[in-house]
Ligand binder design. Structure first.
Ligand SMILES: C[S@@+](CC[C@H](N)C(=O)[O-])C[C@H]1O[C@@H](n2cnc3c(N)ncnc32)[C@H](O)[C@@H]1O
Length: 285
């Protein structure tokens, strides 16, 4: 939904915009290309992807400032730049195509690679450490809570029985053993989708960081500045919905999208990964 994102985000053509999840720089590129006087501050905690995006957008280097950082540090980054407020903030959550496509990052259940799943490979525990070290009950909880997986208990059991797990394929195999064949054969999505999502969210502390990032946004948004969040599963979307609703009640934000916007069937046909995207927009009052 790139054009809807940009039309909802950019209200001041000369403004400063924060791309909190820069990734491959797709959204930043749209802003810089369409608004020759706008500036973008891009953050990503994945150094590899950031370097790749930096190279891709190098013609805009004079209006693009990039940081390998966590977006939860957005206030510190702005302070360092001597920037007080920004005119809009974009969170495009989840993993990037780049991260999914490189098997050595261990995000994909469709490609064999080491079990890693860290967006920032320099910090935190990898998926391998989590699945091999955490006790079965806790593993079950993670898979149920962050994957909304009905078979969390039997999957956790199979993971523990198959230890040590080394690769994404080992995890796929444990999940396969944990879900009855009859159920598996009728699933619309790949049977490992929910477990991989759960482990990834836990490894990267995604939901805690989202809450933190949304709260920090309120300190750096200018009057009428907008927050846009693109989320990919119900757990993220619920956090955004509740945050916008609460801040709406407090008179801090005006919610622009009463219901989340979703991609058109044409876009989904063109880009299958976009099919579960939900976009919410709010304006700082
Ligand atoms: C879906 S991709 C963004 C794609 C991007 N909008 C584009 O057009 O190319 C999400 C990106 O957010 C990054 N990310 C996720 N959580 C983050 C956090 N807390 N701080 C900084 N970057 C984060 C990931 O590393 C990933 O590159």
């Amino acid at each position: 939904m790139p054009s809807e994102v940009i039309s909802n985000l950019v209200k001041n053509p000369q403004g400063i915009y924060l791309d909190a999840t820069f990734g491959e720089g797709g959204h930043s590129l749209q802003i810089l290309e369409n608004f020759p006087q706008a500036t973008v501050i891009g953050i990503d905690k994945d150094l590899q992807i950031l370097k790749w995006g930096e190279d891709r957008l190098k013609v805009y280097a004079d209006r693009l400032k990039l940081f390998r950082a966590n977006y939860t540090d957005m206030d510190i980054i702005l302070k360092g730049l001597g920037v007080d407020k920004v005119d809009g903030i974009l969170f495009d959550l989840g993993v990037s195509s780049y991260q999914l496509d490189y098997e050595e990052r261990g995000f994909s259940f469709q490609k064999e690679g080491p079990l890693d799943m860290r967006m920032d490979i320099h910090s935190g525990k990898s998926a391998k450490e989590i699945v091999n070290k955490i006790e079965e009950k806790k593993l079950e909880e993670i898979i149920r809570q962050y994957g909304e997986e009905k078979f969390a208990r039997s999957i956790a059991k199979r993971i523990c029985a198959n230890r040590p797990l080394k690769t994404t394929e080992d995890l796929v195999q444990a999940v396969k053993e944990g879900i009855p064949v009859k159920v598996r054969s009728k699933m619309r999505k790949h049977f490992a989708t929910r477990t991989f999502q759960a482990i990834r969210i836990y490894v990267n502390r995604e939901l805690d960081e989202l809450e933190d990032g949304l709260n920090k946004s309120l300190n750096i948004l200018s009057h009428n500045g907008r927050i846009i969040v693109l989320s990919f599963h119900s757990l993220e979307d619920r956090i955004v919905k509740v945050f916008f609703r609460e801040k709406g009640k407090e008179g801090v934000l005006q919610v622009i999208t009463k219901k989340p916007l979703t991609p058109s069937p044409e876009e989904v046909k063109f880009n299958r990964r976009s099919r579960s995207t939900k976009m919410r927009v709010a304006e700082f009052i």
